[in-house]
Design a protein around this ligand. Structure first.
Ligand code: UDP
Ligand code: MG
Length: 323
């Protein structure tokens, strides 16, 4: 039998996008010509999206399952919850706002069947604000450098994973995570295909500026402790420079006399401010790691599942309410 497919879509206040999303995703799923399921996970919406999803699960029994989180847990945690309930051999994620065309699902699945463990996608002609694109470019470069996995678009969540990789991801207990980077830890063969990208169909981005920054730090800390090590090197570099500078000042003090040294006080201020700034940056970065460690130590559940509506792929999945 051909491998089955689970399509996972996180939904957070996407009421106006849902009818079109459902129509296009059902068409794309059915066109796969194999057993498949659509898992719609509501991430604590307050605009009635949750009721719409339950309704879809009832209307398309056997095909659509709705998972309703009790509160907003964040896109990546919501997807992990859906992964824990998905039964397919191949798992595909996409966004609910129709920025990722559901019609691309078939191509991602084909690529996995060619033998890849993870298939990412590169957004062609990306329809997002300029600052987001520039920011993404920098982040992608950083991820490529530190993981050595040459993908161009880590931010695009239209992606496919082999079941083995997803199960490995589900054993990870960290609270703040970034799925595309996490998947790289377990995948042997990773590739990327170009996909279309559209403007958000309705509503506005669910990432406020603060949430976006937080997500980038999730990505960074999920990936590597390298920046912490880098901090030490920067610290050593700055100390060495400041020693050299102090020596120079001392020499100049003897050459030009005490009066000159008195006027040099402002230079010292400049140097001092530089160090103060560097220390704040360093402390902030440490804080990002410490904060996440604190979160992990508390072992609070990543999400709280309220309800599961519908059964798919002919099997009732064990309802796990937290993980
Ligand atoms: N999303 C979510 N929980 C959140 C934020 C977003 O489930 O806390 C979902 C959202 O409904 C959408 C996807 O994640 O399906 C991507 O969000 P969005 O399109 O707002 O992000 P952007 O395209 O602006 O990066
Ligand atoms: Mg979007």
């Amino acid at each position: 039998m051909r491998s089955s497919v689970s399509v996972v879509v996180p939904v957070f206040n996407e009421r106006d996008n849902l009818p079109e999303l459902l129509r296009r995703t059902l068409a794309a799923g059915r066109a796969l010509g194999r057993p498949w399921e659509l898992i719609l996970i509501d991430d604590g919406s307050r605009d009635g999206s949750d009721e719409m999803l339950s309704q879809y699960a009832r209307e398309h029994a056997g095909e659509v399952k709705a998972l309703l989180l009790y509160r907003n847990a964040g896109q990546h945690n919501a997807i992990l919850c859906a992964f824990a309930h998905a039964q397919g051999d191949i798992l595909v994620t996409l966004d609910a706002d129709l920025q990722n065309p559901p019609e691309e699902i078939g191509r991602l699945v084909e690529k996995i069947e060619e033998g890849f463990d993870v298939v990412g996608s590169m957004r062609q002609d990306r329809q997002d604000a300029a600052f987001r694109k520039i920011f993404s470019g920098m982040v992608n470069l950083m991820v490529r450098r530190s993981t050595g996995v040459i993908l161009h678009d880590y931010g695009c969540m239209l992606r496919a994973y082999r079941r083995k990789v997803v199960e490995a991801m589900l054993t990870c207990r960290e609270r703040s995570t970034f799925i595309p980077v996490l998947a790289n830890l377990f995948a042997k063969r990773v590739t990327e295909i170009p996909v279309g990208h559209a403007e958000r169909a309705a509503g506005t981005s669910k990432y406020s500026f603060y949430k976006l920054i937080n997500l980038q730090f999730d990505l960074l800390t999920c990936m590597t402790a390298g920046p912490l090590r880098l901090l030490s090197w920067v610290g050593i570099g700055i100390s060495a420079l400041s020693l050299a500078f102090a020596a120079l000042l001392l020499v100049l003090r003897f050459v030009y006399g005490a009066e000159w040294a008195g006027q040099g006080v402002f230079t010292l201020f400049a140097v001092l401010f530089f160090f103060t700034g560097a220390q704040f940056v360093a402390l902030g970065l440490m804080g990002e790691y410490v904060g996440r460690i604190h979160g992990d130590v508390r072992e609070r559940p990543r999400y709280l599942l309220d309800r599961v509506v519908g059964e798919t792929l002919g099997e009732r999945s064990a309802a796990r309410t937290t993980a």
